[in-house]
Design a protein around this ligand. Structure first.
Ligand code: S1T
Length: 544
């Protein structure tokens, strides 16, 4: 078969459901095959950062693979930030880049889109991916594709495939099929036995869930484990939304001092914390009041399990969860702790505040059912902590702006579900214009644009500066020319009505531009910035 066909078939076999991309002359032969063979639907967007974010979202939502296909140099290097996001947040993104053919490399000329030398792009991509290959030899190409796609699935990290344009029609054998990672059952069983024995001796155990639970498709098993153990279950900031789509409740999201006291205490006062799939990073633990005692915690992440003085390498999370499930019994007798969220926004004519948006969305979900959420970075993400338990895609660790709209497009393409997108005006200026592709692609997200005419989150940290102020771009007015409907709201009554209108109009994307004050933030962001300021004040005092 032709190499392009073998690659497309392999992507599908390894779990991809679509391709996001922008072509270029080094990728035209490949894009022609993508369209002709049609193994996977192609969604072209307007700017490569959005291509990368949308593909990342599809992969992290589905838990298998997201695929971004771009041209050499200007395309691929334009996508470094999204690939870095995927690496930091353990998302299985496959980056495919067209590249110069063998003959072009011997012309003795610098090629357009080339940086220092032909391998510059590969060297840059090595830093933000876990495996890479160049498809320049028909004899090895199938095995190289299998090796790299397997790494993406096993490690749930981005990978890079460089595809010289003179190789697209090369004759190759089929790519070897996907093989799930080996389960070291004996080691997993021993680790689970020791871990359960430790938890049984604890007075206040609790579970803390992180992104790997979603990435490796373990939500159903973990929900069952939580029910069996009968202990409080929370998610990290990054893990927000985990278990929502398997109908299991949690006691909320651990946000340290930025969260409410009861939730914080469940984690910080636990004398045995079972952390599954949790990334140990500052956005998950940076504003803890009491440092998590790692000695009395069980941490299963990145294929290893650590607790007390034990370290078990080579134990994939699924094997550990299976072993815990096999040996689990009821540990705690806690009163069932589930989080509660604000409801009942009064349709008044007063000015809107960020907190009102969460309440309005919760009321809307109560009437029409929950929607999966894609969020950008900014106060919109902190406001989401007060929205009902539902699937949430957000850059909770790498914290880049620009994800909101593309994440929403990728989520809808992968799931077929209409998403609710949360985005600030600053982030919308970056990638919000991708909404202009919705009509052509048959997508219709409902977008809540938090317009405080500022880089508000930065203002929350530096109230005395003027450079974080932005102009009012009247975003809602642009919606119609882009093929959607725009509504600009300033009061609770207008917001509630706009949500109803958006719900009833599935013909296009719905952009609800929510006017907010530039110096009032959600309670979570307020507590977050207060906690950061008091911690830095304490640190400064300690140094003095
Ligand atoms: N550039 C990019 C690509 N990502 C970033 N995270 C930043 C810069 C820094 C940054 C933030 S939050 C923020 C910036 C510029 C302002 C966001 O403004 P907006 O989207 O309007 O949302 P809101 O007003 O709710 O803050 C984080 C701290 O790094």
């Amino acid at each position: 078969m032709k190499l392009a066909h073998a690659l497309l078939q392999a992507l599908k076999d390894y779990g991809a459901g679509e391709i996001f991309g922008i072509p270029g002359d080094f990728a035209l032969p490949l894009f022609r095959q993508i369209e002709r063979i049609n193994t996977l639907p192609l969604f072209t967007l307007s700017h490569e950062p959005a291509v990368g974010f949308a593909a990342d979202a599809a992969g992290r939502y589905r838990g298998t693979l997201g695929v971004a296909c771009v041209t050499y140099g200007a395309g691929a290097l334009n996508m470094i930030n999204p690939v870095a996001t995927a690496y930091a947040e353990k998302s299985p993104l496959v980056v495919i880049s067209g590249a110069p053919g063998a003959a072009e490399r011997t012309m003795g000329l610098g090629l357009h889109h080339q940086v220092k030398h032909f391998d510059s792009q590969m060297l840059i991509m090595r830093e933000v991916t876990c495996a890479q290959c160049v498809l320049d030899d028909p004899a090895t190409a199938p095995a190289e594709i299998a090796r790299v796609l397997t790494a993406a699935r096993h490690l749930s990290r981005p990978v890079y495939i460089e595809f010289p344009r003179d190789m697209v029609e090369a004759d190759v054998s089929e790519v070897p099929s996907f093989r799930p990672p080996a389960k070291n059952v004996a080691a997993a069983k021993e680790a689970a036995r020791q871990a359960l024995k430790m938890l049984k001796a604890k007075k206040q155990p609790a579970m803390l869930l992180g992104v790997e639970i979603r990435r490796y498709g373990l939500e159903t098993k973990v929900a069952k484990l939580a029910k069996t153990l009968g202990i409080p279950v929370l998610t990290t900031f990054m893990g927000r939304g985990i278990l929502a789509e398997v109908g299991a409740e949690t006691a909320g999201t651990y946000l340290g001092l930025a969260g409410d006291v009861a939730t914080r205490r469940l984690v910080e006062r636990a004398d045995g914390l079972l952390m599954l799939g949790v990334i140990l990073c500052d956005t998950n633990f940076g504003v803890s009041k009491r440092q998590i005692d790692m000695r009395s915690s069980i941490h299963a992440f990145d294929g290893a399990v650590h607790f007390e003085h034990h370290s078990y390498a080579g134990i994939i999370l699924e094997a550990f969860v299976d072993a815990l499930l096999a040996g689990a019994e009821k540990l705690g007798k806690p009163k069932p702790v589930t989080a509660s969220y604000p409801r009942g926004l009064k349709p008044s004519g007063r000015k809107l505040l960020p907190q009102d948006v969460a309440t309005a969305v919760n009321d809307f979900f109560a009437n029409h059912g929950v929607m999966p959420i894609a969020s950008d970075m900014g106060d919109c993400l902190f406001t989401a902590m007060d929205i009902e338990h539902t699937a949430l895609l957000a850059p909770g660790y790498y914290a880049t702006m620009g994800t909101g709209i593309p994440f929403g497009l990728g989520l809808q393409a992968a799931s077929g579900k209409r998403p609710l997108v949360l985005v600030g005006d600053g982030a919308f200026q970056m990638t919000g214009w991708e909404l202009g592709n919705c009509r052509r692609l048959g997508l219709n997200p409902v977008v809540l644009l938090f317009n405080n005419t500022a880089w508000g989150m930065l203002k929350a940290f530096q109230k005395d500066t003027g450079y974080n102020d932005l102009d009012d771009w009247n975003f809602a007015e642009h919606a119609e020319t882009m093929g959607g409907r725009g509504m600009r709201v300033s009061t609770p009554a207008e917001l509630t009505a706009a949500l109803e209108q958006a719900h009833s109009d599935e013909s296009s994307f719905q952009l609800i531009e929510i006017m907010l004050p530039a110096d009032v933030f959600s309670r979570t962001l307020t507590r977050f910035t207060d906690a950061i300021s008091s911690k830095s004040a304490l640190a400064a005092e300690a140094e003095a």
